[in-house]
Design a protein around this ligand. Structure first.
Ligand SMILES: [Zn+2]
Length: 497
């Protein structure tokens, strides 16, 4: 899969690979008459497919106040003060993680009220499953000490019954639905920023989760200007797309191919739905859909020959999803289980029809266990049910890989590294299986002529400086020197010959 001493010619009409020749050193790429060369020690391979990413969110997190390096509420306030990107009159930010704060305590609105008494703020946690608002935002959205929890959500109150500012899972909708949306020029800036950061990491195609229907008009009008391949799954938990866009849709390299739903939340905010209680709290998490509701939604998508992507983290959520999906054994390549993070040993056999796509994010294992979050939430004995990459493959799951960026880095080399070199896990897979999950399998599922360096294949290629198959100890040290999508250089550090 990783080649060197090779010249690849691309037909500038069809954008496909039309000739492959041996050369003495390095890599050369010929598009039409122009040849770009890369020195000895460089390699060319098919581009990476990120099978679970929040494409627009990547651009947003590049531009919005980003709290991923914050260690306190004061750090967060400093970052907000340095940023000028706003949504209407709101300050919206992303990426805090109380695991990095003193005593690992959730932030509270008090300090934010002092710093921003009149400007509403909405600051999402790193996993996107909880958010902090201040009193100005609470006033604007009508949330107060007496507001009752919506179904599947929590408006957190302290021991005196006072709202702390924290909204969990479905409670976030109370604010999210009232945020002013971006202008068209802000949307284009965000798309370009996401595209630039992803292509520089070697990602040539993405499966984009929770596409906001509000983006539809702009994406449909400007899809032909996009340089990266985007396959979007529309946010569908509350039928948000109805009245805005019908599926499927396509414009340039962008297409809208399926529905995205949530069965539960995440482990970090104890929203993942577990069969037994959390090890560090008296709760089983949150169920966002019943088994019957999920079956209705799956049937709805499949009847239109569309895909359905289900977020399932906890072992209960995965049991419900697998049980529901196994009722549709003849549907191939349409049923996606996003995260598939904890699967009880008894439920693995539900993968035997070999038609369920298990879309995992290996980098989550690294972050969740380095911070000791996962071990605290589910305890030692249940850790063997989590991050089951090898078991999913062995039992018949169709394994594809992604990053969940911007929650994690979108760098696919870090994901590969996690798949093959992680510590303290029995579920490691081989580099060949990892590359299948990142490249070959997603193209096979959707019947695309991509992911191989062969004549007639789409020219979605990257040039790198490390043969990481031979040097498996240094996978994440690999640098991307150029990215070609649909026969065009999107990013290029080579020399014109
Ligand atoms: Zn996600």
């Amino acid at each position: 899969m990783i080649l060197s001493k090779i010249r690849i010619s691309i037909d500038s009409q069809t954008n496909k690979i039309c000739k492959i020749e041996k050369i003495n050193q390095g890599v050369e790429v010929q598009i039409g008459k122009s040849i770009t060369s890369f020195p000895s020690g460089t390699f060319i391979m098919p581009g990476f497919v990120d099978s679970h990413i929040h494409f627009f969110g990547v651009g947003e997190s590049n531009l919005l106040p980003n709290f991923s390096d914050c260690h306190s509420e004061d750090d967060m306030i400093d970052i907000i003060k340095c940023s000028s990107f706003r949504r209407g009159d709101w300050i919206v930010g992303f990426g805090w993680n109380q695991e990095k704060f003193p005593e690992k305590k959730y932030p509270n609105k008090t300090k934010f009220d002092k710093a921003f008494p009149n400007t509403p703020i909405y600051l999402k946690r790193i996993d996107g499953h909880s958010a902090l608002i201040n009193s100005a935002a609470a006033r604007k959205t009508g949330i107060n000490n007496n507001t009752i929890n919506p179904f599947g959500g929590i408006i957190e109150k302290d021991q005196n019954g006072e709202f702390t500012g924290l909204l969990i899972d479905n409670a976030m909708e109370l604010v999210q639905s009232k945020l002013p949306f971006y202008t068209n020029s802000q949307i284009k800036t965000i798309v370009e920023s996401s595209q630039e950061s992803l292509t520089k990491m070697g990602v040539t195609e993405v499966y984009d989760m929770d596409f906001y229907p509000e983006l539809f008009e702009c994406f449909f009008a400007h899809g032909t200007e996009f340089a990266i391949r985007i396959n979007s799954f529309v946010k569908s938990q509350n039928d948000e797309w109805r009245g805005i866009c019908e599926l499927p849709q396509k414009s340039g390299l962008w297409q809208l191919i399926g529905y995205k739903h949530y069965l539960d939340g995440a482990l970090g905010s104890r929203g993942a739905s577990l069969l037994e209680k959390y090890s560090d709290a008296d709760t089983n998490g949150i169920d966002l859909l019943s088994e019957d509701e999920l079956e209705t939604k799956a049937r709805f998508a499949l009847n239109q020959n569309l895909s359905i992507a289900i977020h399932a983290i906890g072992d209960k959520a995965n049991r419900v999803a697998l049980r529901t999906f196994s009722k549709f054994p003849t549907f191939k390549n349409k049923l996606r289980l996003e995260h598939c993070q904890m699967v009880n040993l008894h439920d693995l056999q539900l993968l035997k029809n070999e038609n369920i796509i298990c879309s995992v994010q290996p980098i989550h294992y690294v972050s969740d266990t380095n911070s000791y979050m996962a071990q605290s939430r589910i305890g030692f004995y249940r850790m063997s049910d989590a991050y089951r990459w090898k078991s999913l493959l062995d039992e018949g799951g169709i394994l594809v890989a992604g990053s969940d960026a911007p929650i994690e880095s979108a760098n696919p080399f870090r994901g590969l590294e996690a798949f093959v070199n992680s510590q303290n896990i029995k579920e490691l897979i081989s580099i060949a299986q990892a590359l299948d999950a990142y490249i070959t399998t997603p193209h096979k599922i959707y019947n695309q002529n991509r992911g191989k360096i062969e004549i007639g294949y789409d020219a979605d290629l990257i040039v790198i400086d490390n043969n990481f198959i031979d040097n498996q100890k240094s996978i994440s040290d690999t640098n991307v020197l150029a990215t070609i999508i649909n026969g065009k250089f999107i990013f290029n550090n080579g020399h014109n010959k």
